[in-house]
Each structure stands twice: as structure tokens, then as C-alpha cells.
Design a protein. Structure first.
Length: 500
């Protein structure tokens, strides 16, 4: 197992390095990331596709720096791919040989379908989706994949990219309709099967647009991966960007570093979304680099994580839960909580859809104690908010994190609940979930794998255990309840005969 793997991705616009460290068979996390805006394809489309000296020199210096970084981090494996700029360039193979000779770095030039497939592998494993079309708009091409029932069933690569459209149309100030017609003509190559109400935006254009939308709408969570919006809500904003002058882009809450290609990228994005009949957009913070890493990691698992395994939870437990036998301890907590959940579902109409998120919080309940037992719940909240990235929606991430932050005598941290209220369950189910979480932790910590069951009737919750829960009996008195009811604890607290 290569403990540290470096991925280098040479695109038309940027070259990037990421370094992943594996923590277990399926656990991993990012330990380094670097980006260089090399624009290796600059000037190529007007010169028969041949790479020009200005781009070649920038790319070489960036790669040299990346190699230095991999040595500093003692990387065990380097995987390097190049996309449309090199595959379109007649002198691309010579560049690859030159780099291999001077930097001892092997570059694999991948075609558009492989680029689309890598992006789809990342999205399919690291986003909460089963059916969607991924759209990765690069400098030279737009690469798409159709995902159906969790399987990548088809890919397509189109010769429409931000740098290509910029150099062919926007740089010579051609009417926007010329660029639109060019894009539409290329879209005729897209198979009829590419239709889906859900689109996944991969790459710099999609991410920049999402950041602008989040800022304009005062979105409460500062997390880009898995951000969702509807096309209907943002169509006017997106259209206005395509029609803007370069100077006018300042008013769209976009980063200035994206100004050079954001109009072109947005135009491509909108035309593709119309073509595939998309209505909902999911933003992906992962793409080709993560897909390449996962292709290597999951090569013996049909390119998918085992069912029920969340890579974020696995990584967090590997790094932040060293206090218990994780699997057996979590199993007991989840078993206890299931009985309580059924009670709250029947008695208080708690929806079942939150059950998996509660179980996730229970698995992570010890992570704050790795730092210190004091304020461990605050630590757990901050760890989860930063590290709980993959295969969850924003709503799920927040729910799990806030459950970790709650405490027995205060089921809701009011300031946090108000800050994230638009993305959280209503107050009543939120309090029920927090009650289940806190009572489960309390019972678990005061018993050694005790068999515990629950009964509810006449506004009384009866808790029965086959072990002593002496300390729990006192603590339960102070726990906040979501609704008015009594709690009775029936446990084996037998005191042996004594005389002294």
C-alpha cells in the first residue's frame, strides 16, 4: 500500500499537484495541494494546436516545483496525466519525452473519454448521488459522463473548452452568437442518452459560478463541495455573465483570477445544461485528480467504495478516534439508539430519513476526546465541519456536526441552529434527534455493552438494562427532553449482603 500518493494533472489552463495520505484500506486525506496557472495551451489553437514556448516553459517550471514538493513529502507513488492541450498538440509527445528526460516524470496523455470517466469516478464515490450527468469544462474540451443507478454507463468528450472558445471568438471580439453557434454545432455529437434533471459541475468554471451564487445569496455554509442550486433560480445571473464585458464582471461576485475565461465557460455550461435538460446543479469539489487516485485505490473493488462505507467517516475515525475499539463500540451505540429512534418515530412522528445521519454522529462521538476531554463536543463539531466532506449533502453534514455539538442539558446550540437554520431540520425533529444522541451516549458510557431496551406509554419512557446504570440514573435527571414525559430507569443495581 503506497502510504502517500501524488497526483499531477496538466490541464490547458492550470497544472495541479495533490498529495493524498492513506490512513487505512479505504481511509485517506489530502495533505498538500499546489496550483500553477501555466496555460500550457496558450496560443496553440491559432498555431495548428502546437504548444508554444511561453506555455512550455511555464509548464516545465511548474512541474519541476511539483517534483520538489513530492520529495519533501516523501511521496511513494506519482501519477501524472495531461489532458486536451497535450493530446491536441502535434508536438505534445515531444514535450512528454523532454519532461521524462529532464525531470524523470512520466506523463500519461489521456483522451477525453478517460478524462470524463475519472471525473465521474470521483463524483460517483464522493457526492450523494445515484443518477446524474457530470460536466467537466476544461480549457480545451468539455468532458461528460452519464451515471445511472450508481454506475458510469457512458462518456463523451466535446471540443469546446474555455481557452479554445476564448481564442477563437472572445479575443477577436466576435459576436457571442458565433461562439454559441460553434458550441451548439459541437453539442450535436452528444448522444441522445445524455439527458438528466441533475447535473454535476466539475472544474474551475462550475466552482467559480457556485462561489458567486453562494456569496450573492448569503449561503450559510462555507463549503463548496456538494453545494446545490436550481437552474431556474440562477439562470438570469448565469446569462448575464455571458453577456458582460470583461470590466463588468466585477459586479458578479466572482474571483478576478477567473475573469479571463469565466464568460466563455459560463456560455459552454449553459448550452450543455439546456441540451441535457438539467434542472438541478450539484457542485463537485473533486474531479480528475481525485478520480485518478480512486481508480488506483479502488482497482480491486469495481471502482466503488464498499456499500455502507463513507470515506470521510473512515478517515476521521482513523485519525481522531484512538480511544476505543471503534467497530464494537459504535455497534453498541447504534443498537441502543435504534430502539430509542423507533420510540420517537412512533410517539412523536420523528421521520425515519434522519436515521443514517444519527448513526454517523454516533460513530464519530469520540473524535473530540482525542484532543482533550474538556470541551470535547466543541472539538468534535469543528473536526466534523472541516473533515466531513464526502458523500453527504450539506444538510447531512450540518445535522451530523450539530448532533456532535449538542449536550444533555441543551439539545440545541441556539446560535449555531439559527446560523444554519435554512439547511437543518425543524426544531422539533432536531431536538428529538439530539435527545436520542445524548441519551444513547449517556447510557453507553455508563455500561459495558449492556443489553438495553425501551418502552413508552402514558407519557413515560422506561429504560431497562441487564447491568448497573447507577451513574446514568443521576445524569438522566438533568437531560433535556424534546417533549414533556417521565423517564424511569430499571437496571440491575443489586447490593450484596454485608455486615461490618
Amino acid at each position: 500500500m503506497a502510504k502517500r500518493t501524488a497526483i499531477i494533472d496538466i490541464g490547458s489552463n492550470s497544472a495541479r499537484l495533490v498529495i493524498f495520505e492513506r490512513t487505512s484500506r479505504f481511509g485517506f486525506h489530502l495533505i498538500s495541494e499546489q496550483k500553477s496557472k501555466v496555460r500550457i495551451g496558450e496560443g496553440a489553437y491559432a498555431k495548428g494546436g502546437n504548444l508554444q514556448p511561453i506555455g512550455i516553459e511555464r509548464a516545465y517550471l511548474a512541474l519541476e516545483s511539483f517534483i520538489q514538493t513530492t520529495k519533501k513529502y516523501r511521496v511513494h507513488k506519482i501519477l501524472c496525466v495531461a489532458t486536451s492541450a497535450l493530446r491536441d498538440a502535434p508536438n505534445g509527445p515531444q514535450f512528454v519525452q523532454w519532461v521524462r528526460k529532464n525531470l524523470h516524470l512520466s506523463i500519461k496523455i489521456i483522451d477525453g473519454n478517460e478524462e470524463a470517466r475519472l471525473g465521474a469516478i470521483a463524483a460517483n464515490n464522493l457526492l450523494p448521488l445515484t443518477d446524474a450527468i457530470t460536466i467537466d469544462i476544461g480549457g480545451g474540451s468539455s468532458d461528460m459522463a452519464l451515471i445511472h443507478r450508481g454506475e458510469i454507463v457512458e462518456t463523451c468528450s466535446l471540443n469546446i473548452g474555455t481557452v479554445r472558445i476564448k481564442e477563437l471568438f472572445f479575443d477577436r471580439k466576435a459576436p457571442i452568437e458565433e461562439a454559441r453557434s460553434y458550441i451548439k454545432e459541437e453539442l450535436k455529437r452528444l448522444p441522445d442518452s445524455f439527458k438528466s434533471p441533475i447535473a454535476v459541475g466539475i472544474g474551475g468554471t462550475a466552482r467559480s459560478l457556485s462561489k458567486g451564487i453562494m456569496k450573492r445569496n448569503a449561503y450559510p455554509l462555507d463549503k463548496l463541495h456538494a453545494f446545490q442550486y436550481t437552474l431556474e433560480d440562477e439562470i438570469d445571473y448565469l446569462t448575464a455573465i455571458t453577456l458582460s464585458s470583461a470590466k463588468g464582471l466585477k459586479k458578479f461576485d466572482l474571483k478576478q483570477e477567473r475573469f479571463d475565461t469565466i464568460r466563455e465557460g459560463t456560455l459552454i455550461f449553459l448550452e450543455i445544461l439546456k441540451q441535457i435538460h438539467a434542472k438541478e446543479l450539484i457542485t463537485s469539489g473533486v474531479g480528475v485528480r481525485e478520480g485518478l487516485f480512486l481508480k488506483d485505490l479502488l482497482r480491486h473493488n469495481k471502482l466503488q467504495f464498499p456499500k455502507g462505507l463513507n470515506p470521510s467517516i473512515r478517515s476521521i475515525l482513523d485519525r481522531f478516534d484512538n480511544l476505543t475499539a471503534k467497530d464494537s463500540s459504535a455497534s453498541h451505540r447504534i443498537k441502543v439508539a435504534s430502539g430509542l429512534y423507533e420510540i420517537c418515530h412512533q410517539a412523536f412522528s420523528l421521520p425515519m430519513r434522519y436515521h443514517d445521519n444519527l448513526n454517523a454522529a454516533l460513530k464519530l462521538s469520540n473524535i473530540g476526546k482525542t484532543l482533550t476531554i474538556y470541551k470535547s463536543r466543541q472539538h468534535a463539531f469543528y473536526i466534523a465541519m472541516q473533515e466531513l466532506d464526502f458523500a453527504f449533502s450539506h444538510e447531512e453534514m450540518l445535522l451530523i456536526s450539530l448532533l456532535l455539538r449538542s449536550s444533555g442539558n441543551s439539545l440545541l446550540k441556539k446560535s449555531l441552529y439559527q446560523a444554519y437554520k435554512p439547511l437543518l431540520p425543524k426544531k422539533e425533529p432536531m431536538k428529538c434527534l439530539s435527545f436520542i444522541y445524548n441519551l444513547t451516549i449517556l447510557l453507553h458510557e455508563n455500561a459495558n455493552e449492556a443489553k438495553i431496551d425501551f418502552h413508552y406509554s402514558n407519557q413515560t419512557l422506561t429504560i431497562r438494562a441487564d447491568q448497573s446504570l447507577y451513574h446514568a440514573k443521576e445524569a438522566i435527571k438533568s437531560i433535556e427532553k424534546p417533549y414533556p414525559f417521565a423517564i424511569i430507569l430499571e437496571a440491575r443495581n443489586k447490593i450484596p449482603d454485608y455486615t461490618f
